[in-house]
Structures are given as structure tokens and as C-alpha cells.
Design a protein around this ligand. Sequence first.
Ligand code: NAP
Length: 250
Amino acid sequence: MKGTVALVTGASSGIGEATALLFAERGAAVALAARRADRLDALAAKIRDTGGTALVIEADVADEEQARAAVARTVDELGRLDTLVNNAGVMLLGPVDGAPVEEWRRMVHVNLLGLLYCAHAALPHLISAAESGPRRVADMVNVSSVAGRVARVGTGVYNATKFGVGAFSEALRQEVTGRHVRISLVEPGATDTELRTHNRPEIQEQLAARFGNIERLQSADIADAILYVVTRPRHVAVNEMLVRPTEQVG
Ligand SMILES: NC(=O)c1ccc[n+]([C@@H]2O[C@H](COP(=O)([O-])OP(=O)(O)OC[C@H]3O[C@@H](n4cnc5c(N)ncnc54)[C@H](OP(=O)(O)O)[C@@H]3O)[C@@H](O)[C@H]2O)c1
């Protein structure tokens, strides 16, 4: 990935943090976007300590202006944009009946609108990277979920956002693939991150019961999948990758 520039949203923890680290190890200059600037600063310091290039961008992707500014700063300060990893997300589960509607709004605003704003702002830069960059191909990886493929009782609105990400990704793929911009969908199963800890206590208990003692994926496992997707030769597009822990049944 030497000579390329990547923007990773949701880089302050979990899958986004692991992906940004791995990209930097492989020589990409990385822009790190999320709301918790202290976490991004710590990650940037780690990347710079090993000779890498990192740009910290404090941004709430649910705010259209901040999402656009994140893309613009990446291009202004790092010179180009070859890879966008649309990873920022929240998962607030529970039954529809009696649900706090504010949780739905947060998921729609971050998982769907935030991803759409970043995709829209990044696309012209990805097209230009594919036309004139050294690799002559560019990548947008949209992080969905098993929940983007399988709907379940108690996860309806999270399902709706991730199914939406899948539908959008496939439509956009068809629109730009002829221009060598690859739109890929990565769908993790249960991964050991802080994502589930933002749920109400009773929901966390239900999640713990559902997954039992299975060995969850680590963020680095998904980072590895994302790296695989973006390092294929120019003529190879990995459109979709579903990665579950071996013991996860559904
Ligand atoms: N963990 C799993 O089991 C699993 C399974 C399937 C799919 N996924 C997906 O993987 C992605 C990453 O999740 P994770 O598991 O790595 O969880 P995580 O550790 O909680 O990471 C979520 C990231 O999103 C960022 N984020 C949340 N709201 C944001 C906002 N408004 N603006 C900018 N950034 C925001 C968070 O940063 P700040 O709070 O600092 O803003 C954080 O960096 C999500 O899209 C999630 O749906 C996870």
C-alpha cells in the first residue's frame, strides 16, 4: 500500500483502529476519523513511532459537514485518496415494541447517513485515484455485518441499517466498477470490540446468552480481511466477504 492514502472512519477503537494500524504497517498514509480525539492521537503516535504517516481527524460522521470535511482534510493534507474504509458504526439492539427511538435515530444517522456522506464526498477522489494514481484502481470498503444478511428478532433497526449498506454498496458497485473503483462489502460476525457494550444492560445479557462462550473474532481478523480486499490486483474485485467466528452458527 506504499504511496497510497487511506481514510478509516471509526478508527478510535475496534475494527477501525486495527485496520488503520495494519494499513500503516503496509505503508499507507492513514487519516483516522472518529469523535474521540484522545484515542486517535494515541493511535497516530503509535503509527508515527514506527515511521508511518497518520492524520488525526476529529469528526462525527453523522454530521454531513464534518463527514465532508474529513474527506477534504485527508486530500488536502495527505495529497490524495485511494482507499476509504467506511467503518464507523453503532449497534443498539432490542425489541421494536417500546424501543427508545433515539437509539434508532443514532443507528440510522451513523451507520447509514454517515456512510453515505463519506461515500459521496470520497467518490470523486477515488475516481481520480483510479484514473491517475500509481495503482490505477481505488477502493471503498463498507463495513456491514452478518446482520446485513440475516434479520433476527431484537435486531430489526440494526438489520435495516446494515441491509441498507449492502443495497447501497451493490448499486454503487455497478455504477463505478467500469472506472476501476471497487466497492466492497465486509460483513463481520461476532467480534470482540466495545460495540456491544453500548447496549442497555438487559440487551448485553441477551447477547452474552446468544453467543455463549464461543471464541469471537478479534479486530485484527477483520482488518486482515479488509487488507486482503484492497490489495488484490487491479482486475480482481472482492465484492463481498462474510467472516464469522468458526463456532458462530447463525
Ligand atoms: N463487533 C462486532 O461484533 C461487529 C460485527 C459486525 C459488524 N460490526 C461493524 O464493525 C464496525 C466497527 O465496529 P467495532 O466492532 O469495531 O466497534 P467499536 O469498537 O465500538 O468501534 C466503532 C467505531 O465507530 C466510531 N463511531 C461511532 N459513532 C461515530 C460517529 N458518529 N462519528 C464517527 N465515528 C463514530 C467509534 O468512535 P467514536 O466513539 O470515537 O466516535 C469507533 O471508533 C461497525 O460498523 C459495526 O457495525 C461489528
